[in-house]
Design a protein around this ligand. Structure first.
Ligand SMILES: C[S@@+](CC[C@H](N)C(=O)[O-])C[C@H]1O[C@@H](n2cnc3c(N)ncnc32)[C@H](O)[C@@H]1O
Length: 272
């Protein structure tokens, strides 16, 4: 049965702002990942699910004036934001297209590098996006993903607000066939899609001081989902609002340490 293609995080201006901040934060990790593919001058790259900016600036700098970067994004407002980002940064070698990462309509066997970050963690049927990425790569080209896994996401000291919001957001994800533990599946997904020379790198953050926006990820995700959690009857409005404000207070406390999602970078090559 086809599952509804629900996007876990939804679209709100606060979420776009979070994604922009997160893109800055992940810049060293994106740079590390793209370093694995040597010099990219003059190469052609596709980034799937760019949101309001993704890695477009990093990729544009790497392919240079003779290369091209195509960004694909499903949400029309995110496309407009990404296009504005491209204009503001004068990224003349970047073209942002409104389209579906499951079926981009771009030519197959064509691109030197196909990449994405944190789509699979938020949507059902991840294997369709992997298959499309592999289809787009040229023989000998690379596919590189950066995904999340809730495996170690904890706060210390523990808090009831954290535990309960982890539980209801996960139940919502399960109901919508979204795998918030997808990171651990990534190497297998790439292998089964036909890639070879698969490599993996874990990335994890421990935020032990108040102030870093990354500490707030669970509170931000829950807020994005608030109306959907309530209308799905996974939680009442009153319980949500009480827990959410308790969680924000707990995360603002300098005595609270937050361990992030485990992020999994995995990449492989399409056989010649
Ligand atoms: C968590 S955001 C990450 C944005 C960006 N990759 C980054 O890391 O900064 C995931 C993005 O994937 C997009 N998305 C989800 N499903 C998609 C699909 N089938 N095709 C294209 N984009 C999709 C969402 O609209 C959203 O902008």
């Amino acid at each position: 049965m086809m599952t509804e293609d629900q996007y876990f995080l939804g679209y709100r201006s606060a979420e776009w702002e979070r994604l922009r901040e997160q893109a800055e934060d992940f810049q060293p990790e994106a740079a590390w990942l793209f370093d694995q593919f040597g010099r990219l001058d003059g190469k052609s790259v596709v980034e799937l699910g760019v949101g309001p900016r993704g890695c477009l600036d990093e990729l544009a700098a790497r392919v240079g004036p003779d290369g091209t970067v195509i960004g694909v994004e499903r949400d029309a407002e995110s496309v407009e934001l990404a296009r504005k980002f491209v204009v503001d940064r004068t990224l003349d070698n970047v073209d942002v297209r409104h389209g579906d990462a499951r079926a981009t309509g771009l030519p197959g066997d064509s691109f030197d590098l196909v990449t994405e970050r944190l789509i699979l963690h938020n949507v059902p049927r991840p294997e369709e996006i992997v298959a499309e990425a592999v289809r787009l790569a040229r023989p000998g080209g690379w596919v590189a993903f950066h995904e999340g896994d809730r495996v170690g996401q904890v706060c210390d000291p523990p808090a009831e607000s954290w535990n309960r919001l982890m539980e209801v957001t996960q139940r919502y994800a399960d109901r919508n066939h979204i795998n918030v533990f997808i990171g651990r599946r990534l190497p297998g997904l790439l292998r089964r899609a036909g890639l070879v020379d698969i490599r993996v790198r874990p990335v994890l953050y421990i935020d032990h001081e108040a102030g870093h926006p990354r500490r707030l990820v669970l509170a931000d995700f829950a807020e994005n989902l608030r109306d959907r959690l309530i209308s799905s009857e996974l939680i009442t409005r009153e319980e949500f609002d009480d827990l959410h404000s308790a969680l924000r207070n707990h995360l603002a406390d300098p005595g609270t340490t937050v361990i992030s999602h485990l992020y999994v970078q995995a990449w492989g090559r399409k056989p010649e």
